[in-house]
Design a protein around this ligand. Structure first.
Ligand code: RP5
Length: 164
């Protein structure tokens, strides 16, 4: 998605292609809010050099927020956060054996010094990660602020007053 007016973007990364069925929900929200993004596979343990290069060049690549999805022993968000000052939001991917509790704790339990914003496990987390990125960007981009306000107002309107 290209928004010519602004050069900043959100970078979505994930440890494996198998994470994409969850992380694609980040793309869906960013598209709706007209926020530029890129999507890549970067594995902390399978492609450590790719991860290092990616994180070290993120600032020069006009990346404002990084959303990193990982499952199991999910060290990708924390490792990237240790290599850049760009805010990193971690999405815990639902794992087969522990249903994502492993991913959630690995991402949320960062020791002090290197923060990673952590969202819920799976699809809800991916959606919230994109909305959280939009909130960060809306602090300096009025057009994104406007789009986010509209999205929220639509959401509020969609909640019926009475059950049926
Ligand atoms: C992690 O291992 C990935 O983030 C993924 O969630 C998990 C499983 O990866 P695959 O075996 O599906 O490639 O690195």
């Amino acid at each position: 998605m290209k928004n010519k007016k602004y050069s900043h973007k959100v970078s979505i990364v994930m440890g494996s292609n198998s994470d994409y069925s969850t992380m694609k929900f980040c793309e869906k929200i960013l598209k709706l809010l007209k926020i530029n993004y890129e999507t890549n596979i970067v594995s902390a343990h399978r492609t450590p050099e790719r991860m290092f290069k990616y994180a070290k060049s993120a600032e020069n690549n006009n990346i404002s927020v990084i959303i990193a999805g990982a499952g199991g022993s999910a060290h990708l968000p924390g490792m990237i956060a240790s290599l850049t000052r760009i805010p990193v939001i971690g999405v815990p991917i639902e794992s087969k054996k522990l249903k994502g509790l492993d991913s959630l704790l690995s991402i949320a339990q960062m020791p002090k010094g290197i923060p990673v914003g952590t969202v819920a496990i799976g699809k809800d987390g991916a959606i919230n990660a994109a909305l959280y990125a939009a909130s960060i960007i809306s602090t300096f981009d009025k057009s994104v602020k406007n789009n986010l306000n509209k999205w929220r107002s639509k959401q509020s309107k969609s909640v019926k007053k009475k059950p049926k």
